[in-house]
Write a protein that binds this ligand. Structure first.
Ligand code: ZN
Ligand code: ZN
Length: 149
């Protein structure tokens, strides 16, 4: 998963989206975005607490909720126990997830282009049959990771 453009561009985009939501790009939010970029995979509140000791858990959760509402961050979840957060797909690129139901590990995966194309076409047909206009899809695979199986 690679962030499109430079980190500077990304911070500019984040700042703009927050401004449109009447929110400020505070130091705490900036630290969380930088962590999401450098981690390269979805992170939990616990990961953020470990790696950003200056940001209290309650603030981290509030920042993430605000960033989610502004369309900058999205939730990745196998179940309520293991909620993680990542940058929105339009900031990073379309991908899918392998979610471990036992330890909560999340692995980002990209389908081969031909398969992604077929999936998109099949979803378009399903949606079209309901006169539904499909904009995007999420496909997360649930199971057990190499350590847990
Ligand atoms: Zn696992
Ligand atoms: Zn896809």
């Amino acid at each position: 998963m690679s962030v499109q453009g430079t980190a500077g561009d990304l911070h500019g985009v984040v700042e703009n989206r927050l401004r449109q939501a009447d929110q400020r790009y505070t130091a705490g939010r900036r630290a969380i975005i930088s962590l999401l970029v450098s981690a390269g995979h979805p992170v939990s509140i616990g990961d953020i607490a470990d790696r950003l000791p200056g940001v209290p858990r309650s603030s981290a959760y509030r920042h993430l909720t605000d960033l989610e509402a502004a369309g900058i961050v999205r939730r990745v979840t196998a179940n309520d126990e293991f909620t993680r957060f990542e940058l929105a797909e339009d900031l990073t690129g379309h991908h899918h997830h392998l979610l471990c139901l036992s330890c909560g590990k999340v692995i980002d995966v990209t389908l081969p282009a031909a398969v992604e194309h077929d999936v998109t076409a099949a979803i378009g047909q399903l949606a079209g049959a309901e006169s539904f206009q499909a904009h995007s899809h999420r496909l997360d695979i649930l199971g057990l990771c190499a350590d847990c199986r």
